[in-house]
Design a protein around this ligand. Structure first.
Ligand code: SF4
Ligand code: SF4
Length: 215
C-alpha cells in the first residue's frame, strides 16, 4: 500500500493560477503514452496527478529537466491541460531549491550578456543583418520580421527569411526587420527563471518599440 498523500490546498491554488486547466485532467494517460521521454523515473501523467493534489515531489525536481518542452503531451491532451506551463512552474520551484543542470546557468548568462543562448557575437549579428540591408525598410513598415536568434547561425533559415521578404514585397508591402536583441526569451521561460524572463522580455518589448519608426 502506498503512503497517504496530504493535499496542499495552498500550493494547489498557486498551481491553478498558472495552469487553470489542471483540475480537468482525468488521468487518461495520453500525455505519458506519447511523451518521448516516459520511463520509470519520468511520468508526466503522474506529475500532473500530484500537482492536482497540490503535491510537488522534490524527487521530480531532478527529472523535470529531462522534459524537452516539445509540447506533444499538451497537443494531444483531450482537455487541453497546459502541461508545459506546469513543467515550467515545477522548474521554477526546482531552481529555488537550487536543483538544476549547471548548463542552464551557462545558457542564461549567454542570454544576459549576448542576448542569445548560442554565444554568437555582435560581429556575427552584424554580418547576418548585412544580408538584408537592401531588402528591408524600417521607416513606417507594413510588416516587421522578427529574426530569431536561431536564424543568425542557420543559413537555411536565412534563405527562408529572404524568400519571405520577397513574397511580402511582391504583395506590395513595405517590410521592416527588428535588428536589436535576438532571443525572444522563450528559452528563459522554459528554464523556469520567471524573474529573468520578465526582466528580459520587458527590455525586448521596449527595444522593439524604439527600433521601428511608425507614423
Ligand atoms: S492527456 Fe491530459 S487529461 Fe490525459 S492524463 Fe495527461 S494531462 Fe490528464
Ligand atoms: S513537453 Fe515534456 S512532458 Fe510533454 S511530451 Fe514533451 S517531453 Fe514529454
Amino acid at each position: 500500500m502506498g503512503m497517504p498523500v496530504t493535499v496542499n490546498f495552498g500550493l494547489r491554488e498557486e498551481l491553478l493560477k498558472v495552469v487553470p486547466t489542471l483540475s480537468l485532467c482525468y488521468q487518461c494517460g495520453t500525455c505519458s503514452t506519447y511523451c518521448p521521454i516516459t520511463d520509470e523515473s519520468y511520468n508526466i501523467r503522474l506529475i500532473v496527478k500530484k500537482a492536482q493534489l497540490g503535491v510537488v515531489d522534490p524527487k521530480d525536481f531532478k527529472v523535470i529537466w529531462d522534459c524537452v518542452t516539445c509540447g506533444t503531451c499538451q497537443a494531444l491532451c483531450p482537455n487541453n491541460v497546459e502541461i508545459v506551463n506546469l513543467v515550467e512552474v515545477i522548474r521554477t520551484m526546482a531552481m529555488k531549491s537550487k536543483i538544476f543542470p549547471t548548463k542552464i546557468n551557462e545558457i542564461l548568462w549567454k542570454i544576459y550578456e549576448n542576448q542569445n543562448p548560442w554565444g554568437y557575437t555582435v560581429t556575427d549579428k552584424k554580418r547576418f543583418l548585412a544580408q538584408f540591408s537592401g531588402l528591408i525598410n524600417n521607416e513606417n513598415p507594413d510588416v516587421v520580421i522578427y529574426p530569431c536568434c536561431l536564424s543568425v547561425g542557420d543559413p537555411r533559415l536565412q534563405r527562408h527569411i529572404k524568400a519571405l521578404i520577397r513574397v511580402l514585397t511582391k504583395a506590395g508591402l513595405k517590410v521592416g526587420m527588428y535588428t536589436g536583441l535576438s532571443c525572444c526569451g522563450d528559452i528563459i521561460l522554459h528554464t523556469g527563471n520567471r524573474a529573468f524572463y520578465e526582466e528580459y522580455t520587458t527590455k525586448l518589448r521596449d527595444s522593439i518599440m524604439n527600433s521601428i519608426k511608425l507614423q
